[in-house]
Design a binder for this molecule. Structure first.
Ligand code: PBG
Length: 325
């Protein structure tokens, strides 16, 4: 017997209806964004072995997936291009007939404004060395030379029809340069989702397969050290000052403290990216029968929302939204 019977939190957990009524957080389709890979020169979608259930799309299958995402009421899609040919400067990123720009046009032709069409603004999918920028004579990632390319990429992606651009290369000044390039080109309505606090994470592993990356080494001279939380607030403040419309924390699960701190620090929408390795861990454990897959997915997305993310990029977006209807 408890000595003082009045205070019993369990009363609010007695029935499913009671729990539903007092639930503090929900995951809605409109908050979810589906990342998609569109590969050049494919005749059939190609499964990504390290991400069971995720594929590199053909142009055709990508169009269908974008249409389905719109029907499900998703907030948006985030498009990544996988070019057939890569080179040192990532020139495929600037080509208006390059795979990513073509995929953006396809997506807009398919769904118009029914959801937010976003595109990854980064060079790593396009460079033969796999870095997010171009290299200087010593082989280091050259910040300011990379910014010039990002500016041109931004205009190309916006002209192709992207509603929102996601600069993800963690170059200093990238948001400001992209914003100015868009404004100078008269593309004032194209918005910027800044990958503001992006960490050098081991959990990007499966993504490297997803974009057929040729990266040797790591990204620790531009992505953040996972040890640093305060530094994220500095990065976020800079991006907001440079004109970011939305700021993102990435990865999500190991960085929920950062999501919460960013949510408290800014008044723009906050996104979090539930990345490839987070997806693959749950899928792999579920495939072994070690965890309940559906419950683990729900708990993952709920945790990211509870930490304060308004928007969640997740490979489960379509599946989860389908559960809600
Ligand atoms: C860079 C980029 C990466 C991801 C999204 N944008 C890779 C990286 O920074 O190494 C990772 C996404 C994921 O792991 O799901 N263009």
């Amino acid at each position: 017997m408890m000595g003082f019977g009045e205070v019993r939190p369990r009363r609010l957990r007695t029935t499913p209806a009671m729990r539903r009524m007092v639930s503090e957080t929900s995951v809605e389709a409109r908050s979810l964004v589906l990342p998609m890979f569109v590969a050049e020169g494919l005749t059939d979608p190609r499964p990504i072995a390290s991400m069971p259930g995720v594929v590199q799309h053909t142009r055709d299958s990508a169009r269908k997936a974008v249409a389905e995402a719109a029907e499900l009421g998703l907030g948006g899609v985030m498009l990544f291009g996988v070019p057939e040919h890569k080179d040192a400067t990532g020139s495929g990123a600037l080509d208006e007939d390059g795979i990513l720009n073509v995929a953006i046009r396809d997506a807009r032709a398919e769904v118009g404004d029914a959801l937010v069409v976003m595109s990854d603004l980064c060079l790593d999918e396009f460079t033969d060395h796999g870095h997010c920028g171009v290299l200087d004579a010593e082989g280091r990632v050259d910040n300011d030379a990379t910014l010039e390319i990002y500016a041109e990429m931004a205009v190309a992606q916006a002209r192709a029809g992207a509603h929102m651009l996601g600069p993800s290369g963690m170059m200093d000044g990238q948001v400001g340069v992209v914003r100015r390039a868009l404004d100078d080109a008269g593309l004032v309505d194209t918005s910027v989702l800044a990958y503001a606090a992006k960490y050098a994470s081991a959990f990007y592993g499966p993504f490297r397969e997803a974009v057929s990356s040729s990266l040797q080494g790591d990204r620790r001279t531009y992505q953040q050290d996972p040890a640093n939380g305060r530094e994220a607030l500095r990065e976020v403040a800079l991006d907001v000052a440079e004109g970011a419309d939305v700021v993102m924390v990435k990865p999500a699960m190991g960085f929920l403290d950062v999501v919460a701190a960013v949510r408290a620090a800014v008044d723009v929408p906050v996104a979090a990216y539930n990345i490839s390795g987070e997806y693959s861990m749950v899928e792999a454990a579920a495939a072994q029968g070690w965890i309940d897959r559906d419950a683990a997915i729900a708990e993952t997305l709920l945790s990211i929302r509870r930490a304060g993310a308004d928007i969640v990029l997740t490979y489960w977006a379509a599946e989860y939204a389908a559960r809600l209807v």
